[in-house]
Write a protein of this length. Structure first.
Lengths: 263, 263
């Protein structure tokens, strides 16, 4: 069991409740990463479902839970012949933190009838760049859990040269070797720095809701994350991330609606 | 009050329940259109919320309700200073039909900080084509409620010449003159024929879940719907629709996960 598997473990304690322990190793400067929290919720949902694969997940982020014990409450809304629908609530100290609707089904891995190509071609891995290690006092512990190698222009905001449009692209793998699975993908769709940094904005950009779809089971190896956005307006922005696996297959698609930071 | 306003009316009967009457005029060959049903749900949610604008809506389609009386049950999950979160369930004869999570907030109409352009340029309205009137026995009553004028290649599947990729693009307005509003947009994001028809597939393509974001309040006039998809695989496809208003502004973004038809 990897550290990530352990950090996302959900232990059933009754018909509708799972105990989880939120790991301080997934902090993004205080709050825990939303993708990590979705992975925890999905462990409970998948365990409870007759189907293995969370094909669609929507999470609303109501509050920011602290590291430590919490529960996932699952409510099976409907289970059909080929898909099941679950409501899941992450609760801490009796207070709901994250509300999710999840659809589970079984993906067979059949060849696609139609597949588009990535909207951007990534440079080779050796031309990509890593973020500098965060200062310990920043409490950005998430960075140590994964290796992100960025398409250089999309990280140029770090040195004051944003591209002027919302974008972020990187190769992704877990720091501790682990084949990607749906739970790793939940982390991956929310692993990039906010795409608005490339548009010249800064500051804490909290996710309000995030929907992602699991489209295929990822092949072992590096993932490619292609992130962008369409509109920054009225204090809100959208962030879309596509995850492609090492076999060149689209394995996940996400869109989140988030707040423009004030910092 | 337009026919659409009337068909989506929700009348509060107690703290958490609204009476609605599902209109047979929004049928797509038997089942009622998902966008219409979301508009009905949103009437109740917005009435109950301290905020006016449904900025994010996710609906899971569990069952297909029949025309006639139904209820929307709303549960306010959290109301903050600038956004509120609601769970809403469309119930008919005591049986849950559609489960939704909605985030409401207030959009001010400020100028965007950043906006992308539409991915496709539409031909002028006079070069676009309408679908033939459906046969009465098809029970496609939805078509009479709205006027869709299609970018010709994306409707060529009708005459056996699909483009080979998932796409559908059209100008949209209500048949009965009405300025677009968030409820009309809920209808608009699910108003196109399934994008997979252009990829050569046919048959009933039921939506399993749909998430859409209201990004700005639409200006009066024609809407432009730009629909596409990225992957058809394992019996599932994604359909993305962007809605642009007559002022050239991105007003809504949606993605749905749907089943490939068997017909």
């Amino acid at each position: 069991m990897t550290k990530f598997d352990e950090a996302t473990q959900a232990i059933r304690i009754d018909e509708t409740t799972y105990d989880v322990c939120l790991d301080p190793g997934y902090s993004i400067g205080g709050p825990l990463n939303g993708g990590y929290l979705m992975a925890v919720v999905l462990r409970a949902v998948v365990d409870d479902s007759p189907f293995e694969h969370p094909v669609s997940t929507t999470s609303q982020f109501h509050r920011s839970p602290a590291p430590g014990p919490a529960q996932v409450r699952v409510e099976r809304l409907k289970a059909g012949r080929t898909a099941a629908f679950t409501r899941a609530t992450l609760v801490q100290d009796g207070v709901p933190q994250i509300e999710s609707l999840v659809t589970t089904a079984t993906l067979t891995g059949a060849d696609p009838v139609y597949s588009d190509k990535p909207g951007h071609v990534m440079p080779p891995l050796e031309e990509c760049v890593k973020l500098p290690n965060p200062k310990p006092e920043s409490n950005m512990t998430l960075n140590a859990q994964m290796e992100l190698s960025f398409d250089p222009p999309t990280i140029a905001w770090l040195n004051g040269g944003p591209t002027g449009r919302p974008e972020s692209r990187a190769y992704f793998r877990m720091a501790e070797p682990q084949d990607p699975d749906p739970f790793v993908l939940a982390l991956a769709v929310d692993a990039l720095p906010p795409v608005v940094f490339s548009a010249g904005l800064r500051g804490w950009a909290p996710t309000v809701d995030l929907t992602w779809h699991l489209r295929a089971l990822p092949a072992p190896g590096l993932l490619t994350l292609i992130g962008g956005g369409r509109l920054i307006s009225d204090g809100w922005f959208d962030e879309e991330v596509e995850v492609w696996d090492s076999a060149g297959r689209l394995v996940a698609q996400s869109r989140q609606l988030a707040r423009v930071g004030r910092g």
